[in-house]
Ligand binder design. Structure first.
Ligand code: FFI
Ligand code: NDP
Length: 515
């Protein structure tokens, strides 16, 4: 019997960010391994015209929850959505709901965050710092609370190259930042943002670092732990391989590559691609919840959920395997044949952006205009290039994360728990994982049927023929223009023609002699 699974039986768990990528997998795993769990409270806001109930219904009826329904048929009765907006004071939770949360909650998993790299500092501070502070305040009023697990990111200190499992101080106190956001106007915030974030690349990593300091300062006598995942990717094993439902991290770039939009990207091929499967992060998080509640470590422990130091894979290997899989299992209706490469300096990046990204988009838009349709490709391409420019920082640096606490926790688990809540990344076979990831992107993100593969292959053949035809036509046109204008080009042309003529005559003569 799994000790961790038994621990969660009869517990009331509170999850923020349960409608997000990580939160959904966390909820699924908790229900599947501890069907006796009492209740999971989730803080949800109405979104895109959907009520809370509709959002929960959609999650429970998704492919991800298929296995849960077999082991926990009354799962819908055990999820208790609480209307909440983490941007509002007291999260805009009703009095009755707040009362229930305060009196019943045993474990908190705080996953909610804005993960946008370009979020305005005010917005990022509100969600990643102030909301964390408010949740800690709530937690301090929960008599039955056993553990508070905060999800941060391994990149919160990405301004350092070696990162230990400790909380690093921030030059400006989080409380001062929170206060100043209340009275500074947007233009002043815009002005001071670069100074505040310093050598971090964006407001996301900066505010996640502030969030950690808040956890350290405001945890009072709570049992608190922080989990820091690196780049979270599709599931490795559970509930099935390759599940993913959003475009963050590598997933969007896999689509852009498979659809033939992305042809080159500035990357350091030998830099470590510190991707970590979402189910590995979730297994560690659940184990951390158990350990923190049962062993009550004296200080706040930080756990790195990273792959680089135990089982490294680099961007070159990852890129090649993505391309190899896409060749075997192509995506439908590709714009161009998938054939991406890495560039390593700004000049070649700009060159390929112009030649391989913008020029085909302009030509395609011209074709759309000619056929009476609205041009859209250049706009899409510019958005993709903007997205890539924001991700570039992470594919051109390498970090070393120490994983002592994570390894210590692994050694504390019983063999059964190590199996059920496996977060030993050394067992990960990268080639298999990436293949399943690409397949998962096709099935769960793009919702493409595998029966369409022969048609997709045919489409790629057509694109290859168009590519050859286009290149030949372009070559002939340029050559014709050159010959018309330049004596040197004419001379080269006559030289090539006479050389070919002599070559053919020689072979003809020698074959006649043999006969
Ligand atoms: C041999 C060579 C082969 C080469 C082959 C290469 C194969 C592949 C190799 C793999 C290399 C992996 C590198 C990973 C590095 C990850 C580092 C993460 C590290 C940090 C981890 C964390 O701790 S943190 C969680 C991560 N946090 C994000 O990752 C948020 C990013 N994101 C945004 O910050 C906003 O998204 C941003 C961008 C502002 C736009 O903002 P925006 O307002 O302009 O637009 P939206 O967000 O509304 O999105 C507008 C349209 O872009 C679509 N899109 C959104 N994201 C997209 C995305 N990643 N890739 C594509 N497309 C994306 C979206 O679906 C929309 O499409 P549509 O319009 O058609 O609906
Ligand atoms: N994905 C990754 O690569 C990595 C993620 N992390 C961390 O993991 C955690 C989860 O990330 P991930 O699941 O990928 O992110 P998602 O963007 O998928 O999910 C974010 C969650 O936060 C919720 N949320 C955002 N704003 C509010 C609000 N105002 N009120 C209530 N809920 C809100 C979202 O709700 P809604 O559905 O309503 O928008 C959603 O459930 C984050 O803390 C992130 O920093 C760390 C490293 C890497």
């Amino acid at each position: 019997m799994s000790m961790i699974a038994a621990f969660y039986s009869n517990k009331s768990v509170l999850i923020t960010g349960a409608t997000g990528f990580l939160g959904k997998v966390l909820m699924e795993k908790l229900f599947r391994t501890s069907p006796q769990l009492k209740v999971i409270y989730i803080l949800v806001r109405p979104k895109s015209g959907q009520t809370l109930q509709e959002r929960v219904f959609q999650i429970l009826n998704s492919k991800l929850f298929e296995k849960v329904k077999e082991v926990c048929p009354n799962v819908h009765e055990k999820i208790r959505p609480i209307s909440a907006d983490l941007n509002q004071r007291d999260f805009a939770i009703s009095k009755e709901d707040m009362q229930e949360l305060l009196s019943c909650t045993n474990i908190i998993f705080h996953c909610a965050a804005t993960v946008r790299f370009d979020a305005h500092l005010r917005e990022a501070v509100q969600l990643n710092v102030t909301a964390t502070q408010q949740l800690l305040l709530m937690a301090s009023q929960m008599p039955k609370l056993e553990a508070f697990i905060h999800i941060s990111t391994a990149f919160s200190n990405c301004n350092l190259s070696h990162i230990d499992e400790v909380i690093y101080p921030c030059p400006v106190e989080p409380r001062k930042i929170i206060d100043s956001m209340e009275w500074l106007d947007d233009s002043i915030i815009d002005e001071i943002t670069p100074k505040l974030i310093g050598d971090r690349p964006n407001t996301y990593t900066y505010t996640k670092a502030l969030g950690e300091v808040v956890v350290q300062q405001e945890s009072r006598n709570l049992n608190v732990a922080i989990v820091r995942p690196s780049i979270v990717g599709a599931t490795w094993q559970e509930p099935f391989p390759g599940w993913v439902d959003n475009l963050n991290g590598p997933s969007g770039l896999i689509i852009a590559t498979g659809k033939g939009f992305l042809r080159s990207i500035k990357a350091t091929p030998m830099a470590v691609a510190d991707v970590i499967p979402v189910d590995t992060v979730v297994n560690l998080t659940i184990a951390v919840g158990w350990y923190t509640a049962v062993h009550r470590p004296k200080s706040t422990l930080i756990y790195h959920s990273t792959s680089g130091n135990l089982n490294p894979c680099n961007w070159h290997k990852m890129g090649l395997q993505v391309l190899a899989t896409i060749e075997k299992i192509p995506f439908e209706s590709a714009f161009r044949r998938p054939n991406a490469d890495f560039t390593t300096n700004n000049f070649t990046t700009q060159y390929w952006n112009a030649v391989s990204h913008r020029a085909p988009a302009i030509i395609y838009d011209f074709y759309l205009r000619l056929t009476g349709r609205k041009p859209r490709m250049l706009k899409l391409m510019n958005r993709l290039l903007r997205t890539i420019s924001m991700l570039e920082y992470f594919i051109n640096h390498s970090w070393e994360w120490s994983t002592n606490n994570t390894e210590m926790l692994l050694s504390e688990l019983s063999p059964e728990d190590q199996r059920v809540f496996n977060f030993d990344v050394r067992q990960l076979n990268w080639l298999e994982y990436i293949e399943n990831y690409v397949l998962g992107v096709k099935k769960y993100l793009l919702k493409e049927d595998l029966a369409g593969i022969p048609k997709a292959k045919q489409h790629l053949k057509r694109l290859r023929n168009i590519h050859y035809l286009f290149n030949t036509a372009l070559f002939l046109i340029i050559w014709r223009l050159l010959i018309a204008r330049s004596q040197m080009a004419r001379n080269i042309w006559f030289f090539i023609v006479s050389f070919c003529y002599k070559f053919i005559s020689y072979f003809r003569a020698s074959s006649t002699l043999k006969v």
